[in-house]
Design a binder for this molecule. Structure first.
Ligand code: GAP
Length: 436
């Protein structure tokens, strides 16, 4: 069966209507390409992070975690090359005043109105801010454009405190900021976003082997969380496309509604960063290899993904519609581990206090390890549709019979199949189904 093409506007509408994503500071007209995650969005986003952390840190024995600060000594960005190289070449249209990235232009004139373009100018993507309270003494600093540098500048600290031997990695999740020129496509390219990055330090010469390993591990992570294989592909960067630090890079691309686009990059960064930081800071950032008695700069393999992009890919992948009894049903077939709410307890008759009381007790018994809600604000049919649309895998319905047989109906989101389960066995039943 041909896979249904999902429109970005349908996903964005659902996100707003159901409380996944809102435009940032909307009451003031918003601010370009900055987004807020609502009550359901924060749950889904936290679940994406949790799964990444589990697969990178908890399921392995050679990775440490880190949470470094967003603000860093500005020398960091000189050393990393971001002050000199993290920029886009831009041209403005003299007629319609629109701004374009040169690398995305296919013609020499304005693609919108055919007008003449200005000479290209370079534009650094880092956000600048001021450090210090006295305006005159204040120093220009940057909001980090990637989390990776927090790992490199802490290399020595982590090595000394954890006594790690190569190969080992450092994982970090956190906010990054880029003053992007071409934005749009909902949360795909924003100015404030989150990254999940691993810097994996290896012996020089073993980098190609580890590079292949991480490309395949990262592809499998998306597939293991339910992304359809047909909508993922690998694309190797051509020489001229490579970032200033990279020897090789593969993008994992996803078939977003607007076409194939980057979800995550896996780069072979050689010893570029550690060497530069050692040179500029004057610190010894080499690794002493006691098996050979030699010191050297480790090479680095970096799988770097965007949480917001993964979030969007999981939503697009899960968004399904079908016709049931001549009515359209929309549901999110999210992996149970990602679903914002794991179970909804619904009373069939909210006018019967015994049913409500029993349903509330069931909700209280189920919750604790994951999000469980109670809802009685509509008829059962509408309550089911609401939970389907936000991806809740199980609805538990308490009816009149439940009062005498102490059983409830558990409805599966995807198949809509219903099962009668003894209340006493419900927690175990749902726990096993969720697999968490
Ligand atoms: N440390 C390497 C690095 O930052 P990158 O390819 O520039 O590499 C890594 O970014 C990932 O971060 C991308 O694959 C994407 O998922 C995410 N990302 C980058 N810029 C983004 C933006 N403006 N909005 C949302 N996600 C972004």
């Amino acid at each position: 069966m041909e896979k249904e093409r999902v429109e970005l506007k349908d996903v964005a509408n659902l996100c707003k209507r159901r409380g996944f994503i809102f435009q940032d500071s909307e009451i003031y007209g918003g601010i370009g390409s900055v987004w807020d995650y609502g009550p359901l969005g924060v749950e889904l986003k936290n679940n994406v992070k949790k799964q990444w952390w589990k697969s990178m840190v908890y399921d392995r024995s050679n990775i440490e975690g880190l949470d470094s600060a967003i603000l860093m000594n500005p020398k960091t960005w000189k050393a990393s090359g971001h002050v000199g190289s993290f920029q886009d070449m831009l041209s403005d249209c003299k007629a319609c005043k629109k701004r374009f990235r040169i690398d995305q232009l296919k013609t020499e004139s304005c693609p919108e109105c055919g007008g003449e373009l200005t000479e290209p100018k370079s534009f650094n993507l880092m956000f600048k801010t001021r450090l210090g309270s006295v305006e005159l003494d204040a120093e220009d600093i940057y909001l980090r454009p990637e989390t990776a540098q927090g790992i490199f500048v802490n290399f020595e600290n982590i090595l000394n405190s954890s006594r790690r031997k190569l190969p080992f990695g450092v994982a970090q999740i956190g906010k990054s900021f880029r003053n992007e020129i071409t934005t749009g496509n909902f949360i795909f390219r924003s100015r404030e976003f989150e990254q999940m990055e691993l810097e994996f330090f290896v012996k020089p010469g073993e980098d190609d082997k580890w590079y292949d390993y991480w490309v395949s591990e990262r592809m499998n992570w998306y597939i293991s969380l339910g992304i359809d294989k047909e909508t993922l592909r690998l694309r190797e960067h051509k020489k001229e496309e490579l970032a200033h630090y990279a020897k090789r890079c593969h993008d994992i691309e996803f078939l977003f509604p607007m076409g194939w686009a980057e979800l995550e990059g896996i780069a072979s960064r050689t010893d570029y960063d550690l060497k530069k930081h050692a040179e500029i800071s004057g610190r010894n950032l080499q690794y002493f290899d006691d098996s050979s008695g030699k010191s050297y700069f480790p090479y680095v393999i970096e799988p770097s993904g965007g949480i917001d992009r993964a979030f969007l890919a999981f939503l697009v992948n899960a968004y399904k519609t079908e016709t049931v009894r001549e009515k359209k049903r929309t549901y999110l077939s999210l992996d149970n581990r990602l679903a914002p709410i794991k179970a909804a307890v619904l009373p069939l008759l909210k006018s019967k206090p015994e049913i409500v009381e029993k349903a509330l007790k069931i909700r209280d018994d189920l919750r604790g390890d994951y999000r469980v809600v109670y809802d009685d604000t509509a008829s059962i049919g509408r309550l089911y549709r609401r939970q389907d649309e936000i991806g809740t895998p199980y609805c538990v319905t308490v009816d009149v019979d439940s009062l005498s047989d102490d059983k409830v109906t558990v409805r599966d989101r995807d198949t809509m199949r219903q099962e009668r389960i003894e209340t006493a066995k419900l927690k175990k039943f749902i726990g096993e189904k969720l697999g968490i």
